[in-house]
Design a protein around this ligand. Structure first.
Ligand code: MD5
Ligand code: FE
Length: 221
């Protein structure tokens, strides 16, 4: 079911079927075994607890590149066409109840389609967290499409002014879709806690949480 957390921030519970969740978990394993291994990016000089690997564009120190020069110098895997299509459908479903005249300004493309050029694949161990931050390295304002797999988490969705209150804590479960765009695109957000032993059996992920975010970072080199 649909939950509007704020204007442009829409949660669709169980958007992914159990089969799709298991498929994405297995794809994550393949991608993680690809040319660039998951690593812990440095945040203020310290490795973050989340392990991250990308498709399309590699996120490195507040910039995006095709080559993971900070990891092993390998080129990142390309974005699969099917995943781009999943992202387009996800954004369209999430924003279906907004009139096109309103959401038109939330997309770069004039046809109001979200076309991702990159995916961040983040693995949270049961003790991992992500501090409150804004996603502002992308050079477009297109929405961010987020899928949750495995263990549930407590996700903190804040405001656009500061990392402090007011914020809302929302539990994200395996299969949930969360789309952030429009006036919510630059809201502060973070992952407060992974809720252990909540991964559904169908995921075949014994421990931890996978978050896949699809973005149109709009980079050209
Ligand atoms: C997560 N991951 O659940 C979140 C989901 C990240 C990250 O924060 O940067 O990898 S993405 C939540 C998000 C993305 C873009 C914008 C906003 C939230 N927002 O404006 O609130 O592990
Ligand atoms: Fe983020």
């Amino acid at each position: 079911q649909r939950q509007v957390i704020a204007t442009g921030a829409v949660l669709l519970r169980n958007w992914l079927t159990p089969e799709q969740q298991r498929y994405l978990v297995n794809k994550f394993r393949q991608w993680a075994a690809g040319p660039v291994p998951p690593r812990r990016p440095l945040i203020y000089g310290k490795p973050m607890s989340v392990q991250s690997v990308s498709l399309g564009w590699h996120w490195q120190n507040y910039a995006y590149s095709r080559i993971a020069s900070d990891v092993n110098g390998a080129p990142v895997l390309p974005m699969p066409e099917w995943l781009i299509e999943v992202g387009t459908k996800a954004a369209a479903d999430a924003f279906a109840e907004y009139p096109a005249s309103a959401s038109a300004r939330w997309y770069t493309r004039e046809d109001n389609r979200f076309v991702a050029d990159s995916a961040l694949l983040n693995y949270y161990s049961p003790t991992a967290k992500m501090g409150m931050h804004q996603d502002k390295e992308e050079s477009t304002n297109d929405p961010v499409v987020s899928f949750s797999l495995g263990d549930s988490c407590t996700f903190r969705f804040g405001n656009t002014e500061s990392r402090n209150r007011p914020y809302q804590d929302v539990q994200l479960n395996s299969g949930d879709l969360f789309v952030f765009g429009g006036p919510s695109r630059y809201a502060y957000h973070g992952v407060v806690k992974i809720i252990p032993n909540t991964s559904p059996k169908h995921c075949d992920l014994a421990v931890g949480r996978i978050n896949i975010t699809l973005r149109n970072i709009g980079a050209t080199h």
